[in-house]
Design a protein around this ligand. Structure first.
Ligand code: HEC
Length: 113
């Protein structure tokens, strides 16, 4: 679930991406099991203390399931897509991945406060 070589994330207007990310966060159609990100992470729920660390950083789920010593935030989005959401990872250069990553970054900033 690591970033591909020569990774170029989708670039777009930051506010647009955050708004789209918030919508996707609640979208059960992203998963194959009826869950949305918000099913586990509503109102700042479901994160461990590592979420307050600057990315990249170690995350237990990434280590235990994917053998990754540390993750970037977009990699963490992909890990939750594949593992708890039981879906395919999003295309790395997609607007969806950039949007969820932008939104999660905002959630993280609020969570750390
Ligand atoms: C079935 C529950 C579940 C769903 C659905 C889920 N997650 Fe998670 N998520 C977790 C768990 C459990 C952790 C804690 C992992 C750990 O600390 O080892 C986590 C942790 C995270 C973290 C923080 C990792 C860190 O400590 O830095 C992010 C970011 C995240 N999820 C994003 C998402 C996104 C985006 C989605 C939707 C695509 C999603 N999650 C869907 C269970 C879920």
């Amino acid at each position: 679930m690591t970033r591909p070589e020569n990774y170029q994330a989708y670039e777009g207007n930051a506010d647009t991406l955050v708004a789209l990310g918030e919508t996707l966060f609640k979208d059960t159609s992203l998963s194959s099991n009826g869950l949305a990100c918000a099913s586990c992470h509503n109102e700042g729920a479901g994160y461990n203390a590592t979420f307050s660390d600057e990315y990249p950083h170690p995350v237990a789920m990434a280590k235990n399931i994917f053998g990754m010593d540390q993750v970037y935030l977009d990699e963490m989005v992909q890990i939750c897509m594949v593992q708890p959401m039981a879906a395919e990872p999003l295309p790395w250069d997609s607007q969806e991945l950039a949007a969820l990553t932008a939104y999660m970054s905002k959630v993280q900033a609020d969570w750390v406060k």
